[in-house]
Design a protein around this ligand. Structure first.
Ligand SMILES: C[S@@+](CC[C@H](N)C(=O)[O-])C[C@H]1O[C@@H](n2cnc3c(N)ncnc32)[C@H](O)[C@@H]1O
Length: 273
């Protein structure tokens, strides 16, 4: 998950979903239209921050700060994307918030990150504290994703039990929830957010080859599988995808080519301080 170069070349799904989210919800953000300060939480390689998010900002915004827990991601993002109004910093959104960052932003956004966080309330409290009075947030993260079931099945096998022993650490806290919208709204209102709106959106993404899936999975793989075992891990992973019928033959299967379809739900949250 720290390989910015790999992530940059295999995050088509994340980019598409960030675009769709901003296309639908950027208009609900209450821009000041002069001097807006924006923080992008879990910015990764910085490409969504600079190539996608920026297109939706008012032209006279003041600054964008991307933050990420990974030093490698932040170094890469600064090398590729920083300039006079854009910088990237290391920050664990689940940890203790530096005093200097409190109330420093008019808007907080986050794409494909908050499902990594176990202590949801700590992260959402920090987002609240990052915002100035009247500030707002737009957050998109994974709710239910069948890929987590693939990990859980692998974690039950003798071969992968040890390497995936902390599998639930990496499953979205909302994967098994019946009513994640209500859960999140309740938590955010307890923190102090107002105008909380939580939507669950169904989506699907089709990879046009097994190789493309393998690359995308590798780019976000959280498990420390030894290098020499990784290709076996991926073979077992793909076999489970096949058993779960995620792999579909195309062209009447005359040339053996396949599509791999992932259906999942995203949670899109907007709220005000
Ligand atoms: C899948 S990437 C998403 C990157 C980018 N937002 C995008 O949409 O392409 C998730 C990022 O969240 C970061 N992350 C995970 N836990 C975090 C935490 N506690 N605080 C800040 N960032 C975190 C990871 O390092 C990773 O770069």
């Amino acid at each position: 998950m720290n390989d910015a170069e790999l992530y940059q070349s295999s995050n088509a799904l994340q980019k598409r979903d960030a675009c769709q989210c901003l296309e639908e919800f950027a208009a609900t953000i209450k821009w000041k239209n002069s001097g807006d300060r924006i923080i992008d939480i879990g910015c990764g390689d910085g490409s969504v921050t600079t190539n996608i998010l920026k297109k939706y900002l008012p032209h006279n915004y003041k600054e964008i700060v991307g933050c990420d827990i990974s030093e490698e991601m932040v170094r890469f993002a600064n090398e590729k994307h920083s300039n006079f109004d854009t910088k990237f910093i290391v920050l664990d959104i689940e940890g203790k918030l530096p005093e200097a960052l409190r109330r420093s932003f008019d808007h907080a956004v986050s794409f494909y990150t908050l499902h990594w966080i176990k202590h949801q309330e700590s992260a959402f409290s920090n987002i609240y504290d990052l915002l100035s009075e009247g500030g707002d947030c737009l957050l998109m993260f994974i709710g239910h994703m069948p890929v987590y079931d693939v990990y859980r099945l692998l974690a039950r096998t003798k071969r992968w039990r040890y390497w995936l022993k902390d599998v639930d650490r990496y499953v979205s806290p909302y994967h098994d929830s019946q009513e994640p919208e209500k859960e999140i709204k309740r938590m955010m209102e307890k923190i102090g957010f107002t105008n909380v709106d939580v939507k669950s959106k169904h989506s699907s993404y089709v990879y046009d080859s097994i190789e493309a899936v393998k690359k995308a999975v590798k780019a976000v793989n959280p498990f420390k599988i030894p290098k020499e075992m990784y290709h076996i891990f991926m073979e077992d992973y793909v076999n489970i995808l096949r058993d779960m019928r995620f792999i579909e033959p195309v062209n009447n299967n005359t040339d053996g080519s396949v599509h791999v379809r992932f259906s999942y739900s995203l949670l899109v949250v907007s709220a005000k301080k």
